[in-house]
Design a protein around this ligand. Structure first.
Ligand code: HEC
Length: 147
């Protein structure tokens, strides 16, 4: 009997979870603590970092329209939460020198070995698709910025 009803159960489930929307309000942040303001990367590199990293690793997240459909929104929200928890570029100025140094080193590493941005990010974001040249430019700037 359950066999016959499962499509209806699935639809009912999808309808019910739409009532549990994600919170897209950006956390408040102090512009003086922002990574770009403090580290001042060249425009080209800044554009790459902004396009490929800021959605998950800063408070300046743009949530695409499909995140209003659950469970897609929950899935994206979990990436943003995980990204900000690791490091939040909107709060860069509040990190001590050790944390900044370590983070720049890790940013160089995961950009170079293509661990970041998360692969799924590239499915829906053109700017998340970095060429080898883009990556090389980012890595050498991250290394140069490292104190
Ligand atoms: C779609 C969201 C998303 C984007 C875009 C993204 N990250 Fe991440 N990042 C995460 C999440 C989630 C984690 C923590 C969980 C994990 O490691 O997979 C993380 C972890 C990290 C870490 C911690 C070290 C590690 O290996 O876990 C570094 C460094 C990092 N990201 C750098 C970057 C850089 C640099 C970019 C841009 C080139 C970027 N990320 C883009 C979501 C993202």
């Amino acid at each position: 009997m359950i066999k016959k009803y499962w499509p209806y159960l699935l639809i009912a489930f999808l309808v019910v979870i739409q009532f549990f929307q994600i919170d897209k309000t950006p956390p408040s942040s102090d512009a003086n603590l922002d990574f770009f303001k403090l580290e001042n990367p060249p425009t080209e590199v800044a554009k790459l970092i902004k396009g490929a990293c800021y959605d998950c690793h800063s408070n300046e997240t743009t949530f695409p329209a499909y995140t209003s459909f659950q469970p897609l929104g929950w899935w994206v929200r979990s990436h943003v939460r995980g990204g900000r928890m690791n490091f939040n570029l909107s709060e860069w100025g509040s990190y001590n020198a050790d944390k900044q140094r370590l983070t720049l080193e890790e940013m160089a590493e995961v950009t170079g070995n293509k661990r970041m941005p998360l692969k799924s990010y590239g499915w829906m974001h053109e700017k998340g698709k970095l060429s080898d040249n883009d990556r090389a430019a980012m890595v050498s700037w991250f290394r140069a910025a490292k104190r």
